[in-house]
Design a protein around this ligand. Structure first.
Ligand code: XMP
Length: 521
């Protein structure tokens, strides 16, 4: 029996909601292990054997009467394990136990005011003193008749069975989504369910996570060879170290120096991964090639495409040299999965062609290993520290695949790259020196293709303009600019102009995202 099975855990049966992973994340944040299994794959015996302390049935786009599509085994009601149904989960519990579900007269989507009807263990410390709370709804169907033994705990104006319970059986149903941040104190509901109703003790930490992920990689990869495109960023660094811990020399990392990296980045990567961790690392110096292909290219999308394609080509070339590779390791995170899945079914318009080191060599027919696919950035960072990666790597700001190319609108030249690397280095180091680096989600310097007049000493100058960007954000999807003090801005501006030939003006970007994006191109 593996470690997974020894831990008491919450089983989440997934009915296809875009938020299922969030439920698991919230439970892990509460320090309890949870697993997600699709309703299509769950086997009753798994539940009995897997040390399950509580079951959560997720939301989902299905209708409870679509019997061919919905898999539900009524035997779970006899296990004497607490069950919490969320949205669709609530509806299916009601239906299966004799209640009724119907298309709601009014689709409820967005915030709704929840009103308390009676006390429950599930809602301890959840309601405000006036007995209400704002919750986030997203449903078309609703329960219209409760199953026997259930009582109403709370309602909204349109949904009269918003929270229900069957106390003697420990079954609970909620129509809204406690796992999303829009629901005020939603985590309290999950906390009550786990600790007061399922009686689980805290058992989950990055240390366990590390052990479990290492086991998972070992099991999946076996004795085969794995390659990994290492960029030096947080995600690929954590993946490389994790896989190395799991399968050692079966892993080879390929690091492509595009010439568009931050100052000294290539030196750090080689020092950390090859020298310190003794990971097989192929270092490819492709600076000249990238520069040649990007010569005179000014269109942002063209730049991205050229870099993306060239990267794949180089990666494939070196990957082929390692014979009999079966797996490609990628640092895909959970938000990448959400973004790539069109959850609503409607295609969003393409803003930028993202270059992601992974997702690459389809032609090579490699199987993917994506050990971070269920994690969010902050969880990846904690895992990185657990894997003994330095804080410098783990807490690093995100850096885009196309690198400095998209921080230099207009033509890319060797001289501009040199100037930009220095400016960025000064800015980032100043942030570190003033303890600002970790308060900022991402910061960088860019070189604008505009020359302006300045005066230095008694001489007229005519040089480039440097733009500084520093933003706060939760996930990079939206962002706000960071407020620096005048003294700090002055200091950075002076340092840049005094130390770098080629820049005589520094400006600060004060736009948020939207309407701007974080990068310039
Ligand atoms: P934007 O500019 O779209 O950036 O607001 C959002 C976040 O994504 C990063 N970014 C990229 N990351 N490949 C990446 O791996 C890319 O092509 C890419 N383009 C932008 C950007 O730095 C920010 O963190």
């Amino acid at each position: 029996m593996n470690l997974n099975n020894n831990l008491k855990k919450i089983l989440i049966i997934d009915y296809g909601s875009q938020f299922t992973q969030l439920i698991a994340r919230r439970i892990r944040e509460l320090g309890v292990y949870s697993i997600i299994v699709s309703h299509k794959k769950i086997k009753f015996n798994d539940i009995v054997e897997k040390n399950i302390a509580g079951i959560i049935l997720s939301g989902g786009p299905l209708n409870v009467y679509q019997s061919k599509k919905v898999r539900f085994d009524k035997k779970i009601f006899n296990l004497e394990i607490p069950i919490l149904g969320i949205c669709f989960g609530h509806q299916i519990i009601s239906k299966e136990l004799g209640g009724k579900v119907k298309k709601a007269n009014q689709r409820e989507f967005g915030l709704a005011k929840l009103k308390k009807i009676k006390n429950s263990k599930l809602t301890n410390n959840f309601f405000k003193s006036n007995g209400s709370n704002n919750v986030w709804m997203s449903h078309a169907d609703e329960v219209i008749k409760l199953a026997k033994g259930f009582k109403v705990i709370a309602k909204t104006d349109t949904s009269k069975f918003s929270i229900v319970e069957n106390l003697s059986k420990n079954f609970y149903g909620i129509q809204f989504h406690p796992e999303v941040t829009h629901t005020e104190k939603g985590k309290v509901i999950l906390k009550n369910f786990i600790f007061s109703i399922c009686n689980v003790k805290r058992n989950w930490s990055s240390k366990y996570q590390k052990q479990i992920l290492i086991q998972e990689v070992k099991k999946n990869v076996g004795k085969s060879k794995v390659i990994c495109a290492l960029s030096g960023g947080v995600d690929s660094s954590v993946v490389a170290k994790l896989i190395h811990n799991a399968v050692g020399k079966q892993l080879t990392c390929i690091f492509v120096n595009t010439g568009l990296l931050r100052k000294n980045e290539e030196i750090q990567v080689v020092k950390t991964f090859k020298k310190k961790f003794k990971i097989n690392l192929i270092y490819v110096n492709a600076k000249k090639l990238f520069l040649r292909r990007l010569k005179k290219v000014t269109d942002p999308e063209k730049k991205r495409k050229i870099i993306g394609k060239l990267f794949i080509k180089i990666f494939e070339k070196y990957a082929k040299k390692i014979k009999k590779v079966k797996y490609l390791a990628q640092g895909t995170l959970y938000p990448d999965l959400i973004e790539s899945k069109s959850v609503t079914g409607s295609q969003t318009s393409k803003i930028k062609s993202h270059h992601n080191v992974g997702g690459l060599p389809k032609k090579m027919k490699l199987k993917l290993v994506e050990p971070l696919r269920l994690l969010f950035k902050d969880e990846v960072r904690k895992l990185g520290l657990e894997l003994k990666l330095s804080k410098q790597i783990v807490l690093r700001h995100p850096f885009p695949g196309p690198g400095l190319a998209i921080r230099m609108p207009g033509e890319i030249t060797e001289n501009k790259i040199k100037i930009l690397k220095e400016a960025d280095y000064i800015f980032i180091n100043s942030l570190r020196e003033h303890n600002l680096y970790n308060k900022i989600w991402q910061a960088y310097a860019a070189l604008l293709p505009v020359k302006t007049v300045g005066v230095m000493g008694d001489n007229r100058t005519y040089e480039y303009m440097c733009l500084l960007r520093a933003i706060t954000s939760e996930d990079g999807m939206t962002a706000d600019f960071f407020s620096f003090s005048k003294e700090f801005m002055q200091l950075v501006s002076n340092k840049i102009i005094n130390n770098i030939n080629g820049i005589n003006r520094v400006v600060y970007d004060i736009t948020s995202k939207p309407p701007s994006t974080i990068e310039l191109e």
